[in-house]
Design a protein around this ligand. Structure first.
Ligand SMILES: NC(=O)c1ccc[n+]([C@@H]2O[C@H](COP(=O)([O-])OP(=O)(O)OC[C@H]3O[C@@H](n4cnc5c(N)ncnc54)[C@H](OP(=O)(O)O)[C@@H]3O)[C@@H](O)[C@H]2O)c1
Length: 252
């Protein structure tokens, strides 16, 4: 996620100086091939930094222990770590200027849906800096209540994986029917994209769309009734609830 954000920042904010801190020599060598990035082994603070913390939650204590004193005094820290609460971030990093963000893998395509929650000590300029960084990877939504991030993590963080799980059935079906794998994937992607565009532009939400498409006695109605027989919406609801519960568990 860190290298995706760095690459998108270099693409979208050409004037910005983008530095990547990476402890692994192999990864540093790979990142160093991108002339737009400055690559470092450890963090060296510079005034007014916006720091995107994209390390595994289990690495936070080790990272914090290796920081210079008051490393983040003038910085804004945006953590994308799943399940690390704002209070824990502020305490471990020694700064109130922290925000939590929950992006997703669509950041690679500049299409993340990112949730952003400022900590109680974040200044207006911290929010502005975070918004500038996150707009390089897609859309964002500011969420004032941190407790919403667990459900949000299920929906936006895990969302692409859940949708891809469903998309596999579409693509597999097309291949079984005789389409080539590339055409099967192309059709699936365009159906997802078109449905998303219709929903975003439409006036009635998902239920109205699928009821509108399901003409009585027609083809779509038969498919929708099969999904209803299998209680697919209930299964998805449970999948999201369990994902959100895991996010709460990780936060302790
Ligand atoms: N992947 C997603 O879709 C997604 C979505 C939302 C949020 N997130 C969050 O993003 C974070 C990173 O996830 P990921 O999937 O990108 O994991 P990842 O591929 O394992 O990347 C973690 C990176 O952190 C580096 N790192 C580990 N310890 C470090 C330290 N002490 N100082 C500096 N860098 C350190 C790792 O370097 P080494 O290779 O040397 O260990 C690696 O480059 C996680 O907290 C996750 O919750 C991920």
């Amino acid at each position: 996620m860190g290298s995706v954000v760095a690459g998108r920042l270099a693409d979208e904010l050409p004037g910005a100086e983008v530095a990547v801190v990476e402890p692994s020599a192999d990864r540093r060598a790979a990142l160093g091939r991108d002339p737009r990035l400055r690559v470092r082994e450890s963090y060296r603070p510079e005034p007014g930094d916006t720091v995107v913390l994209a390390i595994p939650p289990a690495a936070l204590d080790g990272f914090a222990a290796g920081l210079p004193v008051e490393a983040f005094r003038s910085a804004t820290v945006v953590s994308v770590m799943a399940g690390v609460r704002l209070a824990a971030l502020a305490a471990r990093l020694g700064t109130p200027h922290v925000l939590r963000a929950m992006p997703n893998l669509a950041a690679e395509a500049g299409q993340s849906m990112t949730l952003l929650c400022p900590g109680p000590g974040a200044r207006p300029e911290d929010l502005e800096r975070a918004e500038r960084v996150l707009s390089a990877i897609g859309a964002y939504l500011v969420v004032p209540d941190e407790s919403l991030l667990d459900a949000g993590t299920a929906l936006v963080g895990s969302g692409p994986a859940l949708v891809a799980y469903l998309a596999k059935a579409f693509a597999d079906f097309a291949v079984e029917a005789g389409f080539g794998p590339a055409d099967a994937l192309r059709m699936t992607c365009q159906v997802l994209r078109g449905t998303a565009d219709l929903l975003a532009a439409g006036d009635g939400g998902p239920e109205r769309l699928y009821r509108r498409a399901a003409t009585p006695g027609g083809t779509t109605e038969r498919g929708i009734s099969c999904l209803a027989d299998h209680r697919v919406q209930d299964a998805l609801h449970e999948a999201l609830a369990r994902t959100a519960a895991r996010s709460r568990e990780l936060a302790g």
